[in-house]
Ligand binder design. Structure first.
Ligand code: UDP
Length: 326
């Protein structure tokens, strides 16, 4: 009997890539997703319960029937500027609904939890590459919701129950399933690689570079881009670690090196073979100049060995996904 894994947000970008790996490895999977931004076609294994984490009665019923051994929790709102305009929406979904889930886990004795955290908990870090020990210092409500849940998880794991968790702090997740079955599919994407690839495809007239006067070698911001399938693999390892009785851990998910916006744009042009207009625009408020993970802890604790640490490959899979069906 393979373990049964309850996945919230399994219809979304990262969740669907994890569901795919879980299914391929023989786990029993159930996705719980309200489909507010996810898609049923993205769930390649197991069933979908289309419901909201605000609906605790449905959550209880599903736990009663499915009897999960572990929970992987992706369901959350993720758009930083929207979190500034609608903080209550973000705190309710990302914090209160996570509390609902943790309460139902406790009622049913489910002890293992994997949480989708974010490098946004660091705000503008003083130390680069940023280690997991850096202070939580988010600079927007989205990051606050992730930091708040991390504090709740810390306190819960210290409360004398045998609840244990792994919090994975994602850096800049990009690319798509190398087999081309799933990929990023949100309306109005704001992320650099997606926007650049869609601009190469002609969906946008031009790409704006937000800020060219940062104190970096070419003046543009540097980020640690990680392939979504490598990130998905980290979740599988975290799951095996917890099911084997591992202690609670907080782990950065990045490669430990970064690329500037200009380097990403040049690589998109090279990989796609398309030239497109690029214009210099003002800084985007709240962007740290450099955000790169200290990436050794996850390798040590989980034995994670990334396979796709290659910007051209990341962009190629994103491009192939955008061009699917053509
Ligand atoms: N960026 C940009 N043009 C875009 C989108 C993003 O110059 O159309 C920059 C953004 O200012 C940041 C970097 O690209 O410096 C990565 O931004 P993204 O939104 O992809 O991820 P973030 O690091 O904000 O989570």
């Amino acid at each position: 009997e393979m373990p049964k894994i309850f996945v919230t947000g399994g219809a979304g970008y990262i969740g669907s890539h994890v569901v795919k790996l879980l299914g391929e490895r023989g786990y029993e999977v159930l996705t719980y997703d309200n489909l507010s931004t996810g898609h049923e076609w993205a769930i390649l294994y197991g069933n979908l319960v289309k419901a909201d984490l605000g609906d605790k009665e449905t959550l209880r019923k599903v736990f009663e029937e499915f009897k999960p051994d572990a929970v992987i929790h992706f369901a959350a709102y993720i758009v930083v500027p929207e979190s500034v305009k609608e903080p209550l929406k973000y705190y309710r979904n990302n914090v209160i609904n996570t509390i609902n889930l943790l309460e139902v886990m406790r009622e049913f004795g489910v002890k293992s939890f994997i949480f989708s955290s974010s490098a946004a908990v660091y705000g503008i870090p003083k130390e680069i590459p940023v280690p997991e020990t850096a202070p939580l210092n988010p600079i927007n409500p989205y990051g606050e919701t992730k930091a708040t849940v991390e504090r709740i998880l810390r306190d819960l794991s210290n409360s004398g129950t045998d609840f244990h968790y792994v919090s994975l702090r994602y850096f800049n997740v990009a690319g798509a399933d190398p087999e081309g079955k799933i990929g990023f599919a949100y309306p109005d994407p704001t992320h650099l690689i997606i926007r650049a690839v869609k601009t190469a495809k002609g969906e946008f007239e031009r790409l704006e570079i937000y800020g060219t006067d940062y104190s970096t070698p070419d003046g543009t911001c540097i980020r640690d881009y990680i392939h979504v399938t490598d990130l998905a693999e980290a979740h599988i390892l975290a799951l095996e670690y917890l099911l084997d009785g591992g202690e609670s851990e907080i782990l950065n998910c990045g490669y430990g090196h970064g690329y500037s916006v200009r380097e990403v744009v040049e690589t998109v042009k090279k990989v796609t073979g398309k030239d497109f207009p690029v214009v210099e625009a003002p800084r985007r408020p709240g962007d740290p100049p450099v955000l790169v993970a200290k990436a050794d802890k996850i390798k040590r604790v989980l034995g994670w060995r990334p396979r796709y640490d290659d910007l051209e490959f990341i962009i190629k899979t994103a491009w192939d996904w955008e061009c699917r069906g053509l």
